[in-house]
Write a protein that binds this ligand. Sequence first.
Ligand code: NCD
Length: 320
Amino acid sequence: MEILPIEGRFKGKHFVTISQIRTVDEIERIFEVADEMKAIVEDKKANGDLAGYCVAEIFYQPSTRTFTSFLGAANWLGAMSIPVHGMSAYSSAVKGESLADTIRSLYQTTAADVIVLRHPDDDSSEVAAQNSEVPIVNAGSGKKEHPTQSVLDLYTIRQELGKMDDLHVAMVGDLKNGRTIKSLAKLLMVAGKNNRMTFVAPDELKAPEGFIEEVRGMGAEIEETDDIENVVADADVLYVTRVQKEWFDTEEDYEKVKGCYVVDEELMKKAKKKMAVMHPLPRVNEIVTGVDDDPRAAYFRQMRSGLYTRMALLKLILRG
Ligand code: NCD
């Protein structure tokens, strides 16, 4: 099945790259449904909207939040769920099967109506999409994309700050290997006017040039610095990320940069009164637990946004 822009209609389409979303209306539509989903969960009124549908969650990389929120999403809406973790260790990938063949097989063996895929290859979702008869939802592909994460991130920003325009978003940490910031930066450019970004990273972890150029091409004003002190006082969102150990060649290289930024109580004293500290999680040591009770710490609420927005995305893709 071809990968098509959303163009106002999610039903029956893949969602493999954030670039498929091109208008604020499309974002608003997801959020409108996510708000309905929030009410369903909060009122404990699961309604079986997706009864009879089948969602397969196929993960080749570790995951806690993305995996369980997709399971939660399917279950809250009454869909069947076929969760498969540990694909890279236990599936026929070990025997040398191609991703294309695995995707074709999963469709046959499960009759899934949608396949949620996490995989270490940058182009995995595209490959899967081209070889799938049912929609593929990208739950994280390599270092490149994590589109559903950026939807939940933006939903959280809107919830915390009440707007999607005029935002100064500081992205902090491993901007080279991290995939969440890649999708979020692009979505911010579609979401509102006058959004600008500062990329905070040491030399070793700077965002790739090609990616920065691409986002600048969408009209983004992007500054780069290696000093978090330069941005903390002016940021509306401090989007902190983990140094992605799994992509480093040597332990030594990782050790050199692993503690590059630590958000602590002292740093928070310099931040605005109204702002949000976010993190896709897991955190290792980037945010000290002493910040957790700060009202600006949004990273726990951010996870719940994942449930609501993924419910919304599954519903829009399966039923419209
Ligand atoms: C992120 C990921 O897998 O890209 N986690 C997530 O989905 N919330 C971030 C990370 O692993 O650091």
